[in-house]
Each structure stands twice: as C-alpha cells, then as structure tokens.
Design a protein. Structure first.
Length: 383
C-alpha cells in the first residue's frame, strides 16, 4: 500500500512536467521557467533534513499524511495561474514543501521491512513505483491537456494525491525498531577529509541537476525540435528504468556500489550528448530509453551508498540527506540551465550538462571511498 501511495504521489508531480507549456503562453524567459520549476525542489531541500531524524525515531506514516495534505491544499491555486509570476512561484514552493516530506516518509515506511543485505534492490523496487508513474503521468497529462486543458490536468493531479492519501491512511504504522547509531558512527564525517565529503555530496547534487534538464526542459526541447509528442520519451524512459531496477536492482548489493555508480553515470552523461545531437523522432525516443536505463541503475546504488556511509541506524537521516542533495541539484540546476538555454540554446545546454556529470563522476570514482556493507561505518550493526 505504501508503494502504491508512492506511485500516486509521483504521478501527481509528474503531471507537472508539462507545466512549462502553460508558462510558455506568457512568454517568460527560460530562466524564469527554470526558477518556477526549480523552486519546487528548493522548498523540499529546506525541510527534508529536519525530518530525517524524526523518521528514524517515529516512523513515516504521520509525516507522509501531513505532506500529502499540504500538497493537496496547494492544488486549487493552480487553477488561478494567469502568468509566470509570483502566484505560480509560491504555489510551486508550497507544493514542494509537502513534496519534501511525503516521498521520503513513504520510502522510509517501505525500507523499514527491507532485508539488510538487499537494501539497494529493495530501494530500487520501491522506486520502480515512482518510475512507472513517470510513464503514466506525462502521457496521461498530454492527452488530458489536448482534450480538456490545463484545468483538467490539475484535477487529475489532485485526484492522484487523494489516492496516495487513502493508501497511506490504510497502512498500519510499523514501529521503526531500528538499531541506534553507535557513538562511532556520529563521527563518520570527521573520519574523512573535507574534499572526500564534498565529492560524495556533489554526486547526487550533479545527478539531480542533470536529471532536471530532462524532466523540466524535455517537453520544451521536443517542441523546439518539431517533435509532436513527448509522452513516448517518458514511456521509454520509465520502461528502461523499471527493467534496470527489477532485473539489475541487486547488482550493487552483489558487486559494490561504486562499480555500478560509475558506468551508470557515464551512460547518463553520454546520453545527454546524444540528446544534444538528436535529429529524428525515434532517436529522441530511444534516448529516453537510455536515460531511463542509466537512472534505473544509479539511483539505488548511489542512495544506498549514502546509507552505507552514514550507517543503517541512520537510514532515515541518510535517505533524507540523499534526497535533499538531489533536490539541491534539481532546484539550482533548473534556473541555471534555463539561463544557459536562453544564452546558447537547448542542444548546447545538454552538452554542458553531460560534461558536468562526466567530470563529477571521474572525481567520485577516484576520491569516494569504497564502503562495503560490513565496512567501518557499519561495523557492529546488525538487523
């Protein structure tokens, strides 16, 4: 039920991948569009670190319900958006606060029952629910938009949030029962040089920024390239991500996190170069498949790397931190890449995004320490 709720909340948010098309009617600068889309993630960043320790101490059901109610409360305001101005910005920010709470809480609910030695596989399978919604959401939104306009899109988004709320309300709270972190774990940050910590933190930030170029700008890029529909891109993206998570979700549990993170990030980087040069519609759709394959591999490996680094006793904190760093990238990357698009165009923007991820991947490969499940950060912990 919690995974189904995860599906519905992601579905609600994925409908807004087409929101830039509404904003474009008011002829704003691309940087303004990027700011309105990115503030959703910026707001999530501000609240997520506050709730990680609460998730570890009390579980996620109450927080998930609170986050969903806040997201639902913002939805009526979107019917009133008549410009790319302050109302759209404030509504996206308020919705982002709820977004900062609800998915992390749902993820914590699901991961509480995950086997300790198959955490990456479990997180990948849970995340597959969100990936499925990314196939359904934009495709449904595109059809609803063509038939009934943006008001109907907002209505479908509100219905999806209500469905998520019903799913979480039906979940019985599971006592966390997690092992408290030992005193030695609290010092894991001081055990490594600042440069190592910076490189580890930068990886999900850059990954978030790069993914934002796909989620927030791909509809506009598709229209500028003369492609009729963007829905098949998201279907291909989601299909590949699901195949990767269900078929290869345990690969980093078996072979180590870094051995999966490196090739997955390289795949995403080179696919961004592909998008920059794509000219045919079917090559565009295929680039969505490759992007989804890379995303399906990197998310469970990189998020579980952060969990391993901080220790399973700090799982709620670690997941909240990872999602916050990811959202830092989404929030800051959207206006930055929007500005770059204003200056140089979409194709050049995707080239820069690919170079940025490629550089951060090389630094991560050389600087980030390999932390096996039985490594020093996790020593002494038993589930």
């Amino acid at each position: 039920m919690a995974s189904l709720g995860y599906f519905f909340v992601f579905w609600s948010v994925s409908l807004f991948y087409l929101f830039p098309l509404l904003l474009e009617r008011f002829h704003p600068a691309k940087s303004r569009v990027g700011l309105i889309m990115g503030v959703h993630s910026i707001a999530a960043i501000m609240v997520r670190p506050l709730f990680g320790p609460i998730l570890d101490a009390r579980g996620g059901r109450g927080l998930a319900i609170a986050g969903l109610l806040l997201m639902m409360a913002t939805m009526p305001g979107f019917y009133l958006v008549g410009s790319a101005g302050m109302l759209a910005l404030l509504l996206r920010a308020a919705n982002g606060i709820g977004w900062g709470i609800a998915p992390a809480a749902m993820l914590a609910i699901c991961s509480d029952v995950a086997p300790a030695d198959r955490m990456a596989q479990a997180l990948g399978m849970i995340g597959a629910a969100g990936i499925v919604s990314q196939a359904v959401g934009p495709t449904v939104a595109e059809e609803v938009l063509r038939r009934s306009g943006f008001g109907a899109v907002f209505t479908v988004s509100l219905i999806a949030l209500a469905a998520a709320l019903l799913c979480i309300a039906a979940v019985k709270e599971t006592p966390p029962g997690r092992i408290r972190a030992k005193a030695g774990q609290a010092s894991c940050f001081s055990a490594y040089p600042f440069t190592v910590l910076f490189v580890i933190a930068a990886m999900p930030v850059i990954h978030g920024a790069v993914r934002g170029t796909v989620l927030n700008f791909i509809a506009l890029f598709s229209a500028s390239a003369g492609f009729v529909r963007v829905g098949p891109f998201f279907v291909a993206f989601s299909a590949a991500a699901i195949l990767a998570r269900l078929g290869l979700g345990d690969i980093s549990d078996r072979h180590g996190r870094k051995r999966v993170i490196f090739p997955a990030a390289l795949l995403i980087s080179f696919n961004l170069f592909w998008i920059a040069g794509v000219r045919s519609y079917w090559a565009f759709v295929m680039s969505g498949f490759v992007a989804g394959l890379g995303q399906g591999l990197i998310f469970p490996a990189l998020s579980t790397y952060v969990v391993d680094f901080l220790g399973r006793g700090n799982k709620g904190l670690a997941l909240g931190l990872y999602l916050s760093l990811f959202d830092v990238g989404m929030g800051l990357g959207s206006p930055l890449f929007g500005w770059l698009t204003d200056v140089a165009g979409y194709r050049q923007m995707y080239v820069v995004a690919g170079c940025l991820l490629l550089l951060s991947t090389l630094l991560f490969s050389f600087k980030a320490p390999p932390i096996p499940e039985s490594g020093p950060v996790l020593s002494g912990l038993e589930e």
